[in-house]
Design a protein around this ligand. Sequence first.
Ligand SMILES: Cc1cc2nc3c(=O)[nH]c(=O)nc-3n(C[C@H](O)[C@H](O)[C@H](O)COP(=O)(O)O)c2cc1C
Length: 197
Amino acid sequence: MSLDQPAGRQPDHPVAPQFPARWSPRSFTDRAVTEAEVMSLLEAARWAPSASNHQPWRLVWARRGEDGFAAIRDTLTGNNPVWAGKAGALFVVASKDTVTNRDGDEVANRTAAFDTGAVWMSLALQARTMGLYAHAMGGFDKDKLASAVALPDGHTLHCVVAVGEQGPVEALPDDLAAREKPSTRKPVTETARHGRF
Ligand SMILES: Cc1cc2nc3c(=O)[nH]c(=O)nc-3n(C[C@H](O)[C@H](O)[C@H](O)COP(=O)(O)O)c2cc1C
């Protein structure tokens, strides 16, 4: 599997190719994501690090054609259902809000969202190694999605991730086709400081 650097994503400093090669297209082909591929994506997610190894993430997935896929798609907002409805699979990324402490009390897990962010990135990087692309969406109706996946109490929804094989840009509606380009990044000097802010 080649991990070519998309145009405009030339790194300023040497990095492994998988970082600039991951981006978020909206056009997907008809190729279904197989259950075995879903398991590989979840396996990559499984190895993400977390505070005290609590692994607070919880994922719900469905493949295109399944009732669960349509139920998740129908909770997406804006343009998201238009393009993500053609993905091969949808993953709902959530986390458990609390952990059990040494005294047996349920206490807030302050790092649950941070830990779960690592899971989405692991899944996205694994997707690229499999010839697939992953595109995260924060644009969903929280209440509808909670109901669609039967979110248990004490859990938080973070995003929905569309996964599939990249399709032709022409398959998108004109407004989305115009935006189907890998994005660039701010220079490191704008987001990191040596020693202190
Ligand atoms: C948490 C999160 C929420 C996002 N929400 C949406 C969304 O609702 N719709 C969308 O089209 N893209 C969404 N994106 C994709 C971002 O716009 C995209 O990752 C960003 O522009 C950087 O581009 P790249 O992923 O191609 O490198 C989201 C990404 C993240 C990480």
